[in-house]
Design a protein around this ligand. Sequence first.
Ligand code: SF4
Length: 261
Amino acid sequence: MCLLAEQNAFGIKPDYAVFADTKWEPQSVYDNIKWLQSQVSFPIITTSNGRSLRQDVVDGVNAQGAPWMTLPVYLSDTNGGSDGINWRQCTKNYKLDPIRRTIQELLGVRPRQNLSSETHVEMWLGITEDEALRVKPSRNWWISNRYPLIDDLPLTREQCQEWFAEHYPGRNLTRSACVGCPFRSSPSWLDVKRSEPALYSEVVEIDALLRSEEHNSRRMFRKRAYLHHRRIPLEDALRLDEIELQENNPFINECEGHCGL
Ligand code: SF4
């Protein structure tokens, strides 16, 4: 979307682009952001809540440092109770809130200062036509959401990738998502395993840590927490994914993309 905007595909260019860094993205995403900054004429600002989501998951705390789990981990009850999924708070705490704060700073508004009724920000979101289910109204009265890749120049994700490959041949385009995001699809997990072996080994350890006696999630949930939707250890899950992928099993779908900011 930024590259198309730079080419005036949407009539105007944005004043700023904001990247919310959870401090748990693959290196290729950070490399892409750096490259993107050199390609567009508007500033691309990196913001964060000052914490590392990876470290907070390891420590079993939330964005305030209190014992909690903000990731939407999959829960399994070994005592015959129902399985479940944890309430996702990471997107709000590590992405949406820092982005909103950054926009307020750009407007010159102090924390907790009331906004004038004249304030209006148009926020562009790069959701593609095939992901229209993710379109939502803004949570803030002073921000209206705009979806240029749906309303102005409708493109699917595949068409975006084709456009990118044509204009930037040989360049890899990694999708932004936390390394340990439980919403990763099976192909996406396998991609992390193949392209980021060190990060993958670390996330396998984090997945096991969630079920260890000393981790907060054991006390919080009284169920076993897993990063993979199969609700088994990550290594075992990916072994099954690899087999199913080879057999072209339709169970393996693309990520639902709950986050993607
Ligand atoms: S990418 Fe996944 S883990 Fe990261 S903030 Fe979004 S939902 Fe949470």
